[in-house]
Each structure stands twice: as structure tokens, then as C-alpha cells.
Design a binder for this molecule. Sequence first.
Ligand code: BT5
Length: 251
Amino acid sequence: MTPARLLVEERLAGRSYRFFETIPSTMDAAREWLADEAPNGAIVIAGTQTAGRGRLGRQWHNAGRSALALSVILTLSAEALHQVPMLGGLVVYDTLHHLKVPGLVLKWPNDILVGTRKISGVLVETAWDGSRLTGAILGIGLNISGGFNSPDIVETAISLADVLETAPDYGAVLSTLVGRLDDWLPALGTPQMYHAWRGRLNTIGLRVRVESSAVFEGIAEDTTESGALLVRADDGQLRTVLAGDVRLRSV
Ligand code: BT5
């Protein structure tokens, strides 16, 4: 038995989970399990992903030495779907806060940064049977110790080992994260979830460059309850950004 498998067994004992030493993406294994009636909150976790993915067809790289890569299967009503990214942001933010990571930033829609570097990413996918929602899959990647060797993230990624004097081990990070999942999962679909996410979001009040279907600059003024960003564009119009990325600009 490998060390990662042992740690996962120890920390996820009593839960519904599937562990894979190496797998293309936990998102696909979670989708298969969802189709096979996985229970709400079931977790698919991988030692290493060979084809980890981000939003909009982007790649998610394994952090060099150690990283958490997991997907949580959620069976939920369509009304609660827009809160799944919020759930992901809250779980990761509160995990890192609990681990006393300094300089945490939750950037809309759901980048978790330390200063300006990304330490974790959240990806939400949905599964449908015709027009009926069968579930959502919440993917979380979290860098524990780096040694990043992909040129496109060397300058932009960071890991727990880079920011904490004593980096917690894989098992401790996993336990903290599933603990926060237990805290927040019951709030899915309630106004409490929105307000908690909104309260942690650092983007409000900042000047941003929006890169979605349209590209423009303005001041991020607020969010809507469904998680969209309201940006006062430089032409004075208040524009609603449903999806995409923002870059923070200095004012
Ligand atoms: C995300 O996408 O940040 C969502 C990442 C979700 C990954 C998890 S791991 C478990 C589950 N299984 C999967 O296959 N995926 C999920 P996005 O906002 O599109 O950001 C992607 C961008 O982040 C890339 O284009 C890189 O610039 C950067 N990036 C990639 N890997 C990174 C890493 N390990 N650390 C920091 N930044 C990274």
C-alpha cells in the first residue's frame, strides 16, 4: 500500500470515497460514479492526475511533490446549482485560513491566491439526464508542496510549503478540507452560503479587467445572489459578468 493511499484511508474512514493512485482526472471518475448512484458528498481522490483540467478547457497541473486533487459528488436541486462554486471557494478558503496561511485572497469567481499567486483552483461541472439535473461535481486542486516544473505556472503558482514555516502533511490538509466540507455542505442552497462567500471575496471595490465574452475595465461594485459580478465599466454602465476571468488592476 502506498503512503497516499494509507493516508486517505486513515482520513476518510467511514466516508464514501474512491481513491486512485493515478488517474486522468477525478472529474471523470466522479461523473461515472454519479451515474452509478454515488451518494451525496461522495469523494473521488487521486494521488496524481495525468489530465487534470481547469475551466474553459485549461489544464490543471500536478504540483511538483504533493498536491490534493479531489472531486466531490453533489446531488442537489437545480436551484442550488449556482452556489456550488461558492461552496468550493468557501471550503478552500476556510481550509487555508484554518491552516493559518497568510495573505489569502478569494478572487472572483473562485481563484484562491496567496498574494498574487494561485494556490488552489475550483472547477464545477454538471451532469444531466435530458433536462433533469442529476448532479454536480465540485473539483478542488490544492498545491501542498511545489517544485512546479510547468513553464506556464512557475511564476504564478504557489504551494503551502512556500508560505508556511512548517507545511502540514497531505493527511492533515485532507482532514482539514473534509472538515470544512462538512461545515458548509448543509448550507448549500441557503442565503447563508451566499453571504459567507460574498464576505470573503476580495474583488469588490477593486479595479478589474474583465475577460469574458466581452473584454473591458471597470470597478467591481458587487455580486448578485447567483454569483455574477457587477462591474461599473469606464463608460458608466453597470455590467453583469456571469462567467469568465478578471485581472486585478491597481487603481
Ligand atoms: C481552475 O481552473 O483553477 C480549476 C482547477 C480545478 C482542479 C481540480 S483538481 C481535482 C479536479 N480534477 C480535475 O481534473 N480538475 C479538478 P482555471 O480557473 O481555469 O485555472 C486554470 C489555470 O490555473 C491554468 O491555465 C494555469 O494558468 C493555472 N494552473 C494550472 N495548474 C496550476 C497549479 N497546480 N497551481 C496553480 N495554478 C495552476
